[in-house]
Design a protein around this ligand. Structure first.
Ligand code: PLP
Length: 469
């Protein structure tokens, strides 16, 4: 195969000066890429403007965070108003209305018709930590199960539960013991060489079992650990960093059945796929399956740092069940900050009042047009996703599904980076994901015209890249 002739986007002297200053003081593990050397001045809606005045269409939304778009005026006004009343007092210790109101709202919109409790943190990983502490505390069991390809954050619990990239774990051992990773139903590249739906060969308690879950029931639970020792089953209903992978509809209901049978806490990490991105409040709403605990972050406050762990009351409140968290068992100084709660309440209102519907509508249009692109471009192997969470799998050969070799350019860039870099040069921000995919996760307010603009740019980039292959 020829190497693709790829050059990095040009940067101005002004941008270079800031990047140089940044390099002098910021730590070295940041994942800045040479393909998207974006130095931002300001952003509005679905547009980002760099310090040289160049305008970009943002199909990344700051890693699926600005669901309501950049700097929504309603969010700005809500924050301004709250900032004048109270910035901080510690929601773990005192009472104030925005925190209660946001928690009330979350207990309503999250799936499950049962009494719930809410814990606010400041990042997604903190919610993942909380989910581990909830499950172990309540069940008094040690073991946990999560999935290959999952990403759950950078703390010790997040890192341990993740199964994404070895760089995220290297030299940090020992991690948390007794965590088992099992294959996620990444049907396009099934590790068992099975084909959905033929891979469903049996039931679990009357619910169809996709083949990869029989690895849990027949291998992990038979050979490695007694299910009665398992505290937590943690899963992303749609894998995010793993490549925007939507599992078959039978997957979450089967996990629910397995968790119920063995008394395991079932937790859905909807940090990336939740809050309207898929065209419903939560990705698990598409298959009518409720977890015991749901983790929310990213889009909850339109860019202000917040996470929410929402779970069954009996798991999180010793006043309801003595095995649950007691006073002082968990907490956070910044969690539930009043200004961020105000941003959260306004964000949820905006989602509810049109943005979720828009995500469903424009998402359907975008996916259909991307499927047309797939039929015209030899390097798109699959287009998948729900609403405005769309993954595009890039392959060297559609028949064999062979991914591109990691290095497709002279200077070691792989295909995801070539595509995202070329899109950036043309004014479109897109990120890579998974083994060999790019993802589209724009703000939920994008219009059909903006979707068409992104499609035009991507089409042009694919045509240019394919010509060189
Ligand atoms: C599904 C999922 N869980 C957890 C996290 C961690 O969130 P944070 O970076 O806010 O700690 C992420 C971040 O990308 C995520 O996508």
């Amino acid at each position: 195969m020829k190497k693709i002739d790829y050059t990095s986007p040009e940067i101005s002297e002004k941008a270079k000066a800031l990047i140089d200053r940044d390099n002098e003081v910021m730590f070295g593990a940041h994942t800045r890429t040479r393909e998207i050397p974006l130095v931002v001045d300001y952003a509005r809606g679905a547009r980002v403007v760099d310090i040289d005045g160049k305008n970009y269409l943002d199909f990344g939304a700051g890693f699926a965070v600005v669901g309501t778009g950049h700097c929504h005026l309603d969010v700005i006004n809500a924050v301004n108003e709250q900032i004048r009343r109270l910035i901080h007092i510690s929601g773990s210790d005192f009472y104030y209305e925005p925190q209660v109101e946001l928690a009330e709202k979350l207990t309503i919109i999250t799936p499950g018709d049962f009494k719930k409790r809410v814990y606010f943190g400041s990042s997604g990983a903190e919610a993942v930590e909380a989910s581990v502490k909830i499950a172990r505390h309540f069940t008094r069991r040690p073991c946990m199960v999560s999935f290959i390809g999952a990403f759950h954050g950078r703390t010790f619990a997040g890192m341990t539960m993740s199964g994404s990239k070895k760089i995220q774990r290297a030299h940090f051992s020992p991690l948390i013991p007794e965590v088992y990773h099992i294959p996620f139903p990444y049907c396009y590249r099934c590790v068992f060489n099975e084909t959905y739906p033929k891979c469903i060969k049996k039931d679990f308690e009357g619910v169809p079992l996709v083949y990869c879950l029989s690895y849990l029931t027949d291998v992990i639970f038979e050979r490695l650990t007694d299910p009665e020792d398992v505290a937590l089953l943690l899963v992303e209903p749609i894998q995010g960093e793993g490549g925007y992978i939507v599992p078959p509809k039978e997957f979450l209901p089967a996990l629910r059945k397995i968790a119920d049978k063995y008394g395991i806490v079932l937790t859905f990490d909807e940090i990336q796929c939740g809050l309207g991105r898929t065209g419903k409040w939560f990705a698990c709403d598409h298959v009518d399956t409720s977890p015991d605990v749901i983790l929310i972050a990213k889009a909850i406050a339109s860019g202000f740092p917040m996470s929410a762990t929402v779970g069954k009351a009996e798991l999180m409140d010793a006043r309801v069940d003595p095995k649950a968290w007691r006073t002082g068992a968990h907490g956070s100084t910044f969690g539930g900050n009043p200004v961020i709660c105000a941003a959260g309440l306004t964000s949820l209102k905006l989602l509810e009042n049109g943005l979720i519907d828009n995500a469903a509508r424009v998402g359907t249009f975008l996916k259909q047009k991307l499927t047309d692109l797939m039929n015209r471009h030899k390097i798109i192997g699959e287009v998948r996703g729900l609403g405005l969470m769309i993954g595009i799998e890039l392959v060297r050969d559609k028949k064999t599904k062979e991914p591109f070799p990691t290095e497709v350019t002279e200077d070691g860039k792989n295909i995801k980076e070539v595509i995202t870099g070329e899109c950036f040069k043309r004014g479109l921000i897109l990120y890579g994901a998974g083994i060999s995919s790019v993802r589209m996760s724009p703000p939920l307010l994008i219009t059909r015209d903006e979707a068409e603009e992104a499609l035009r740019i991507l089409d042009e980039v694919l045509t240019t890249v394919e010509r060189q292959l």
